[in-house]
Design a binder for this molecule. Structure first.
Ligand SMILES: Cc1cc2nc3c(=O)[nH]c(=O)nc-3n(C[C@H](O)[C@H](O)[C@H](O)COP(=O)(O)O)c2cc1C
Ligand code: SF4
Ligand code: SF4
Ligand code: FES
Length: 637
């Protein structure tokens, strides 16, 4: 690869790449994001490569390794361009048929297509409801680029925003454009990006630094990983443009160690950008020079907090600092530092290319552009979803996510990661933006979205998140360290049937103090799970505390499994499934659970055929006394 030393050379390079490509030539875009790799994507890729070779089709078909397409639940995914035929859950065994039928004969392999609610097969990716209702400004390119080939990114117009910024705009104009776009940080707090850039630019002190926060500690979220794995140049280009606007010469990408593919693809992307003169001294022949180093983080959730991350970059323990002084004024090694989330940086090239007016035309009054959510939990279509700010929760969960599986009722959705709030069905028409989520008692956070169905206990859910946060708290400040510990004790008691009158008020009081007095946002936002679940699901708390009953039948200490004698068909299925040997019974004899042996694993409930429905879960009252031994003869229906 030779160095590009002007905007014109970049343009010529792009034209050259495009001239060598035939837009009508079939191209297999095979997802090799972490999700698809986990379900055999690499074997599918190898099978296609082998079959194409075997059939002598190398000159007639292109094959591209890509990052995550978003619909991870149906992976491994294969999209065949230019027709955009989307095949789901492809296995190596399907490959010869796809090659023979689709690539050679132009026919569709029906069984690999998405089946709509009406039972009809959907051929084109864009017609699948999961994709149809999205606006994929950031994620859309993932299926079009091999992240290890910079020419793929450039072919899509990549680095043209950088060229425009460097040769057509002054740093102030770039800054102004980002300010006017209304872009707000995607890492949690939603701070206006242009304002932060301006503060760093105007802060006294040199050198200045820019940082990509790719810590992504929220266990349910993986949108940052997928952008870095699938389209690393979009983040790098945004970062170089930001550095130009701010006046930084050095950047860092802080990425967690647990993201090996992201690190590998980033490393290749940075090397290629350097080789092509897009990083280093005199970028594209301009006066501007800038370079980037990757720093691998140790993976603690709290290390994603800006001051903790900076401390970790400096080589110290990644703990939040007292930030009277913002990083924009005094950050890395005491120098003005601008940190943004991966998704924030990835928005920048699009804003410079398409204008602030275009960007600010998307979204709501206070929240512009799109947001990527990782939609997980009790939802049919799990995956990464990018929608305009202001899309409703219903649109995301039902139109895109396909609703709750198994005919169960939707109960709640938790937005914003472990310290987000849980919103009930009554909030489904809430437009999702920074303000609305906060008003409802939750937050945008990183964009995690966990859907819960009717079988979820909201008290246990709050307990789960408080447990996570108490383990992840760095312990530096008292309100967070002690507050989480005390809240966890109260939750454990409530879930164990030892809850007391006044516990709800105590939880609220602790949460409110933490929200006021904690040092960093881990502690201040930890109030969300308790406060939101108390606000929307107070009746469940009261049932646990007053009636020692778990309405969802989840809290083990509050439930019993019981076999209804009149319904038992003595089929032995439950007894065979019981790992504790707690079920006695025989052919013709009603089965009985020995409560002292039962570990409440629920296997018997699952094993009992639904047409019998003999195994039940009881909460809030003791299990009826077992049928006396002499009267257990089962009466067949
Ligand atoms: C406990 C904690 C963890 C955080 N983790 C992340 C993270 O993984 N990624 C991220 O971008 N921001 C994270 N943040 C937010 C950062 O402190 C900071 O606000 C953000 O990186 C700024 O970028 P933005 O303006 O683009 O959102 C975290 C904050 C807290 C309190
Ligand atoms: S709020 Fe929690 S995580 Fe943040 S500094 Fe205090 S103890 Fe550490
Ligand atoms: S809940 Fe589990 S341990 Fe208890 S009786 Fe059923 S299968 Fe056995
Ligand atoms: S990893 Fe393949 S679709 Fe997400």
């Amino acid at each position: 690869m030779s160095k590009l030393s002007s905007a014109a050379e970049l343009k010529r390079f792009r034209q050259d790449v495009l001239s060598r490509r035939d837009p009508n030539k079939p191209c297999l875009s095979i997802c090799l994001g972490t999700g698809c790799q986990a379900c055999g994507g690499e074997k599918v890729y190898q099978a296609f490569a082998g079959e194409i070779r075997k059939q002598g089709l190398e000159a007639k078909v292109d094959i591209r390794r890509t990052g995550c397409h978003g619909f991870c639940e149906r992976g491994p995914l294969v999209v065949i361009f230019p027709r955009e035929i989307c095949y789901l859950k492809v296995t190596p065994a399907d490959v010869p048929e796809v090659v023979a039928k689709t690539l050679v004969e132009g026919k569709i392999v029906d069984r690999l297509l998405y089946t709509g609610e009406d039972g009809k097969k959907i051929v084109h990716e864009g017609d699948i409801p999961f994709y149809k209702h999205q606006s994929r400004i950031i994620l859309g390119a993932n299926r079009l680029v091999d992240p290890t080939r910079i020419e793929d990114y450039i072919a899509l117009g990549g680095y043209s925003a950088l060229a425009r910024a460097l040769f057509v705009m002054t740093p102030e104009e770039v800054l102004d454009e980002v300010k006017k776009s209304g872009l707000r940080g995607r890492g949690g707090a939603g701070f206006p990006t242009g304002v932060k850039w301006e503060t760093t630019r105007n802060a006294p002190g040199e050198p200045k630094y820019v940082i990509v926060n790719a810590d992504e500690g929220d266990p349910g979220a993986y949108m940052n990983r997928s952008v870095l794995e699938g389209n690393p140049h979009s983040v790098i280009e945004g970062l170089i443009i930001g550095a130009y606007a701010i006046g930084a010469r050095q950047g860092f990408i802080y990425v967690r160690q647990e993201y090996p593919l992201a690190v590998a693809n980033l490393t290749v992307a940075l090397e290629q950008a350097r080789e092509m003169g897009l990083l280093g001294a005199n970028i594209l022949g301009s006066e501007f020079g800038f370079d980037v180093a990757i720093h691998r983080g140790a993976g603690a959730f709290v290390s994603g907090e800006s001051s903790a991350l900076i401390t970790a970059l400096e080589g110290r323990v990644g703990e939040p600092q007292i930030n009277y002084i913002r990083p924009a004024i005094s950050g890395l090694w005491g120098k003005p530092t601008n940190m943004n989330n991966v998704e924030t940086w990835a928005n920048v090239p699009a804003i410079i290319n398409k204008s602030a007016a275009w960007f600010s035309g998307i979204g709501t009054r206070g929240s512009k552009g799109t947001k990527i959510f990782s939609l997980v939990g009790k939802v049919n279509n799990t995956g990464l979803v990018e929608v305009p700010m202001g899309a409703t929760l219903r649109q995301v969960i039902f139109d895109i996510g396909g609703g709750v599986p198994g005919g169960k009722k939707f109960k709640a959705v938790q937005t914003g990661g472990p310290s987000g709030g849980c919103l009930p069905a009554a909030s489904l028409d809430l437009p999702v933006d920074f303000e609305e989520l906060e008003r409802a008692g939750s937050m945008m956070g990183s964009g995690g979205m966990i859907v819960m169905d009717e079988d979820t206990c909201m008290v246990d859910t709050a307990r789960y998140f408080i447990n996570f946060l108490s383990e992840e708290s760095c312990g530096k400040c008292v309100p967070c360290r002690e507050g989480l510990k005390q809240m966890l004790l109260i939750y454990n008691n409530i879930c164990a049937g030892k809850g007391r009158e006044g516990d709800i008020e105590l939880l609220r009081e602790i949460a409110e103090v933490m929200a006021e007095a904690s040092l960093c946002a881990l502690g201040t936002t930890a109030a969300n799970p308790p406060l939101s679940t108390i606000k929307y699901f107070r009746n469940e708390y009261e049932a646990h505390i007053r009636e020692k009953r778990c309405p969802a039948g989840v809290c083990k200490d509050l439930i019993r499994y019981y076999i209804v004698p009149e319904k038992c068909q003595a089929c032995l299925l439950c007894a065979k499934s019981c790992p504790a040997g707690a079920i006695s019974g025989d052919k013709g004899l009603v089965h009985v659970i020995d409560q002292s042996k039962c570990t409440k694993c629920g296997a018997c409930l699952e094993a009992c055929p639904s047409r019998f429905g003999a195994v039940t879960k009881i909460s809030g009252k003791p299990a009826p006394a077992p049928v006396p031994a002499g009267t257990r003869v089962q009466k067949r229906k």
